[in-house]
Design a protein around this ligand. Structure first.
Ligand code: RIB
Ligand code: CA
Length: 316
């Protein structure tokens, strides 16, 4: 019996391959959309199209959630990152619309109803700003007891941010939501941007290996990653494409890929002019506070690449 999950996503770029990976390894009860990477309605279309590419045996519903953070960072809307993922969030492939349409209900209500009807059964895969998950906890705090684990792609472990020097994008867009989830009491595994840059980068040789699979999955991967490869070289001085969300889902599917992790106290700055969205990982427990997050500290990189190749090879 496959483990059951709900995946919350701001579908663009790496989110799409993470969704394919989730559909390969889990029973995905639903995909919920949060405002993040690109225009919200585009994110919805990207999620629907990605499900169509995977062509799963069972219907996978898509629910629209919050289009923006609980508190915007002063502008009328949050920072989107088309420069990373392309104007459409899909490497400027501008795919046609999928046949499937989103459900009419709200993502937050779907999360609450689903986890309460299946207590202890459904973990959350969080690969976006944490707005939907935070608002679900806010609306019905009793769900904290029903959710066995949240796997979060977000934050940094005493390392460089990506959207600012101090902050990783998912935590930066909605730090109030991140704080609420980090202190919810739900067991959390956090895979930060540092793990992504250390273990998930696919360089030109890796891309050649993937291209040689010659499947619909590998073709989709190459198209999706057209823009981020140049962005990474220019901005982050990284030699390849980055896959934070897929790394998160691969670890959730097979925790042995996470070769080192420690429970630490993790908290987040919501006020700082330069540091809003920065999270601390209190590795020396200077705060004296009880650890609340299992932080990923090392990954079997070859094992991750194998999972990625497997998923892409399985989509014909
Ligand atoms: O910082 C990386 C995260 O921000 C990933 O989830 C990426 O998809 C963007 O949402
Ligand atoms: Ca994402």
């Amino acid at each position: 019996m496959l483990r059951r999950v709900i995946i919350d996503t701001d579908t663009a770029g790496d989110d799409t391959i993470a969704i394919l990976t989730a559909l390969h390894h889990f029973k995905v009860e639903g995909v919920t959309i949060t405002g993040g990477n690109v225009d919200f309605d585009q994110e919805v279309e990207n999620a629907l199209y990605t499900i169509q590419v995977a062509n799963p045996k069972e219907y996978v519903p898509v629910y629209k959630g919050y289009e923006g953070p609980i508190i915007a960072s002063g502008d009328e809307h949050h920072t989107t990152v088309e420069e990373v993922h392309g104007r459409d969030g899909m490497g400027d492939a501008f795919f046609e619309k999928a046949t499937q349409r989103p459900e009419t209900g709200h993502a937050v209500d779907f999360i609450i109803e689903k986890v309460k009807a299946n207590p202890g059964e459904i973990s959350l895969l969080a690969i976006a700003p944490l707005t939907n998950i935070a608002m679900a906890i806010k609306k019905d705090p009793t769900i904290v007891k029903a959710i066995p684990h949240i796997y979060i792609m977000g934050g940094i472990n005493n390392s460089l941010g990506n959207i600012t020097p101090a902050a990783e994008y998912n935590f930066y867009v909605d730090p109030e939501a991140a704080r609420l989830v980090l202190h919810s009491g739900i067991p959390i595994t956090m895979v930060g941007w540092d793990m992504c840059t250390e273990y998930s980068i696919m360089d030109d040789d890796d891309h050649k290996d993937i291209e040689q699979l010659s499947t619909a999955g590998s073709d989709f991967f190459i198209k999706i990653n057209k823009v981020v490869k140049d962005f990474n070289k220019k901005v982050h001085r990284l030699n390849g494409t980055t896959h934070p969300d897929t790394l998160l889902v691969a670890i959730a599917a097979n925790e042995e890929l996470m070769t080192a992790s420690t429970h630490y106290y993790v908290d987040i700055e919501t006020k700082g002019e330069l540091t809003r969205g920065h999270n601390i990982v209190d590795i020396n427990n200077r705060s004296g506070k009880k650890p609340n997050v299992r932080v990923c500290e090392a990954v079997n990189r070859e094992g991750f690449k194998k999972v990625l190749m497997n998923v892409l090879n399985s989509i014909s």
